[in-house]
Design a protein around this ligand. Structure first.
Ligand SMILES: Cc1cc2nc3c(=O)[nH]c(=O)nc-3n(C[C@H](O)[C@H](O)[C@H](O)COP(=O)(O)OP(=O)(O)OC[C@H]3O[C@@H](n4cnc5c(N)ncnc54)[C@H](O)[C@@H]3O)c2cc1C
Length: 361
């Protein structure tokens, strides 16, 4: 069996060890700098899943997951900024739109970096952003609650809902312009460093040529729910980073061993299922594994705080950063199905653990 690491995982490890991890505490407080984005562009990692014909690496999904795990475990804020980019790349690679011809190559090579503005479409039938045909293009109106990477990325993939219940995805320049205004960067409990803003859209007009996809909302929601049922590699990345911290602290051998064995098992099962050829099958099991991954990540990050004691409350402590990053991952990319599966599991865990006290009925 060939055990040589894929060049991209080697590249991700180098970036993680030489740049991302050593500066993660500072970046968490100060924000992801353009120099980190430049390093990502130069690394070739932005083209991990892009077709080779367009200058990408065409790497298998298993490698893409490993790369994302490594980056998230090193600096979750930088990971989050760059992870947005991969959705437009994957969608463009499958699309037959003219946007593919103009954008796929620069996105695959890292000449351009993309962000996304589409989580709000999950709120349907509430149309937070409407898309209306106008001339030879579309106008977008409404409010995008979350947009990450403002000032760092170049283009955004924006989604709105039409009167015909179609989801319309189009590319726009990621900068203030007539019809598009960004809020100041948000101050958040975690990931403030990701330069996340909200966007006000007031008649932003985009030409037909920038439209990448139009799909019935129902069809899109089904695909989105299936995609959102899988465990995120970032959850494993943060969990393993917390375990490494735990392992460096004395008196934690048994706890870290138990958590690592369980995490390895859930990761293996989740990734095996992610390779299943039918993404809309085994949804209950996918959601179960996604939830188990959350429980283990919370256990690992909490254990790192507990083992490190009071000094983990210092903002220079990686344990508190990982715990906050883990908290953010609990809601990142949350669909209605993932939300209720997670809530059910949290309740069940508490009910199971409740042992009646003597004399209690
Ligand atoms: C720091 C940060 C950065 C982000 N950056 C981006 C970004 O760059 N681009 C982007 O597109 N998104 C971004 N998001 C959005 C992120 O993916 C969403 O937060 C996540 O999907 C949770 O959704 P929500 O908070 O927008 O919606 P919520 O209203 O919390 O809904 C989440 C899901 O649960 C469902 N739901 C909500 N309430 C109920 C209920 N009572 N009963 C049943 N179902 C319910 C909703 O329909 C939806 O599917 C960011 C979020 C954060 C916190």
């Amino acid at each position: 069996m060939d055990t040589t690491p894929h060049p991209l995982t080697g590249q991700a490890r180098r970036l993680a060890e030489d740049l991302l991890a050593p500066h993660a505490q500072r970046i968490d407080q100060e924000g992801v700098p353009l120099s980190h984005v430049d390093a990502l562009r130069a690394s070739g990692l932005l083209g991990t899943s892009a077709p080779t014909a367009y200058g990408g690496a065409g790497a298998p999904d298993a490698i893409a997951r490993e790369v994302q795990e490594i980056l998230a475990g090193a600096c979750c804020s930088t990971w989050f900024v760059q992870t947005q980019h991969h959705t437009p790349v994957r969608l463009l690679a499958r699309s037959e739109s003219s946007a593919r011809d103009s954008l796929l190559r620069p996105l695959a090579t890292g000449a351009l970096m993309a962000g996304i503005a589409y989580a709000h479409v999950r709120a349907y039938p509430r149309a937070l952003v409407s898309a209306t045909p106008q001339g030879r293009g579309w106008r977008f109106d409404g409010a995008v609650p979350w947009y990450t990477g403002w000032g760092l990325n170049d283009v955004m993939l924006l989604a709105g809902i039409s009167d015909e219940a179609e989801v319309v995805f189009a590319f726009a320049d990621a900068r203030d312009q007539p019809g598009l205004e960004a809020s100041p960067p948000m101050r958040l409990a975690a990931l403030s460093a990701s330069r996340t803003v909200s966007l006000k859209l007031d008649g932003l007009w985009l030409p037909e040529a920038s439209v990448m996809l139009r799909a019935a909302q129902e069809t899109w929601a089904r695909h989105d729910a299936a995609r959102g049922a899988n465990a995120s590699p970032a959850v494993f990345g943060v969990a393993y980073a917390a375990l490494r911290l735990l392992e460096q602290t004395s008196g934690t051998a048994e706890s870290s061993r138990t958590l690592r064995v369980r995490l390895d098992e859930v990761r293996w099962r989740a990734y095996t299922l992610a390779e299943h050829p039918e993404p809309e099958e085994h949804l209950a099991e996918r959601l179960h594994l996604r939830t188990q991954a959350y429980h283990l990540m919370r256990a690992a990050t909490t254990a790192a705080v507990v083992a490190g004691g009071g000094r983990t409350m210092d903002l220079d402590s990686p344990a508190q950063r990982l715990a906050r990053e883990g908290m953010f991952l609990l809601i990142q990319g949350q669909t209605a199905q993932a939300r209720s599966a997670h809530l059910r599991s949290l309740t069940a865990a508490v009910e199971l653990r409740h042992q009646p006290l003597e004399g209690e009925v």
